[in-house]
Structure formats: structure tokens, C-alpha cells
Design a protein around this ligand. Structure first.
Ligand SMILES: [Zn+2]
Length: 225
């Protein structure tokens, strides 16, 4: 039921929004405030946190921090919440009649864990099999970046990327694998610097073992950070 509600809420937010990427739990009034108003409000909140921690915000090094953090939240690391920022869906005809899978490996992922607001850093590998439509290679990087720039959980990010490409390409045959480090695991809590998290979403033909195997062979999962 929760997902259904989010779907309806998110649907109401932007004309251009594609409903299948509706899982981010946004409120219906998410974009009523302008970015400038959001920055101003968050600035006060960050100031409050730092002051509560006992810091002196008159210090030259700290006094710009609330403004910097607020701008970074709204314009950069959470800028992908806004449907207006979604990469345009320009596609091309598959003139070469290339019918095998296309794999875009090692796309850099910078996201933020929504449970701790700490970075998620890693690589995404995306594959699709064209049914007549193709997208520019950089489009895949842009789609990853757009959904990564939200408070995220890695599973949702993986699914959102696949759904978006399925919509854009008009095919189910899309897969995404993300291998990422969560700083909330690496730098605090259990403090395991070596561990990384792998998530995958296999659509259409990628559910078949042979296609999945082929994709994994291309990727070889030897990503170095
Ligand atoms: Zn976390």
C-alpha cells in the first residue's frame, strides 16, 4: 500500500515524470518551496546542528559551513530528487541492427545512504539488448547520476536505473549491477573498510542464465575502487 501511495504522490509532482521510477518516498509538496527557500531553511538547520554540538560558528573556518552544506544538499547530492533534472529521453534507431547486448561498465556512482546520510561510492554496470532503439552511451551515465543524487538505498537505485532504461528503450531487456561501498559501514558502525555491497536487477532476457552469464563474463566483477 505504501508503494501505491508514493506512486500517486510522485505522479502528481511533475508532468514529465515516469511513474515506474516512483519508489523514492517523496511528499506531494516536495517542490512547493523554491530551491533558494530550501537552501535558506536547511542552512538554519545545519547551523542548529553544529551549534548544538558546541561549535563556534563565528570561527572563520566554520561560518560558511551551513550555507555550503545547504547548497550542496539542494543543488548537488540531492539534486536528483527533482523530476526537472531527469535526463531527456532522446533515443536513436538501431541503424547497425546490432542485436547483441551492449554493456556499459564501471559507471561511477556517487550516492548517499538515506539511513545515515553518508556517501555510497561505487560502480554501476548496465546492459541492454536493443529491440530497435538505442541510447547514447553517456545517457546511461546521466541516468545513473540522476537517481544516485537522492537519499538512496542501493537496491532502489538499481531498480530505478533499470526501470528508467526500460521505459526509454521500450524493452524489458535491461540489467544493472551495482558494486558499492557504503561509508556508513566502512567508516563507522562495524567499520569494515573492505566490504562492498553488490545489487542487481535483471529484466527480460537477462533473467535467462545464458544472458546473465554472458553479462557477468563481460563485467568480470573485478572492479577496483
Ligand atoms: Zn547507511
Amino acid at each position: 500500500m505504501k508503494i501505491e501511495n508514493d506512486f500517486n504522490d510522485y505522479e502528481a509532482i511533475g508532468d514529465d515524470h515516469i511513474g515506474s521510477s516512483s519508489d523514492t518516498p517523496l511528499r506531494p509538496d516536495a517542490f512547493e518551496l523554491s530551491n533558494a527557500d530550501k537552501i535558506e531553511s536547511i542552512k538554519g538547520d545545519v547551523k542548529h546542528i553544529l551549534e548544538t554540538l558546541g561549535l563556534d560558528l563565528n570561527d572563520d573556518s566554520l561560518k560558511g559551513t551551513p550555507n555550503r552544506v545547504a547548497k550542496m544538499f539542494v543543488n548537488e547530492i540531492f539534486g536528483g530528487l527533482n523530476p526537472d533534472k531527469k535526463p531527456s529521453a532522446s533515443t536513436f534507431d538501431n541503424k547497425y541492427k546490432y542485436g547483441e547486448m551492449l554493456v556499459e561498465k564501471n559507471i561511477t556512482v556517487y550516492s548517499t545512504c538515506e539511513h545515515h546520510l553518508l556517501p555510497i561510492v561505487g560502480r554501476a554496470h548496465i546492459a541492454y539488448i536493443s529491440n530497435g532503439t538505442v541510447v547514447g552511451l553517456s545517457k546511461m551515465n546521466r541516468i545513473v547520476d540522476y537517481y544516485a543524487k537522492r537519499p538512496q538505498v542501493q537496491e532502489r537505485l538499481t531498480i530505478q536505473i533499470v526501470r528508467e532504461l526500460q521505459e526509454v528503450l521500450g524493452t524489458e531487456d535491461v540489467a544493472c549491477i551495482i558494486d558499492a561501498k557504503h561509508l556508513c559501514v566502512n567508516s563507522r558502525g562495524i567499520r569494515d573498510i573492505e566490504s562492498s555491497t553488490v545489487t542487481s536487477e535483471f529484466g527480460g532476457k537477462f533473467k535467462e542464465n545464458t544472458k546473465r552469464r554472458e553479462l557477468l563474463d563481460y563485467i568480470q566483477l573485478d572492479t577496483q575502487f
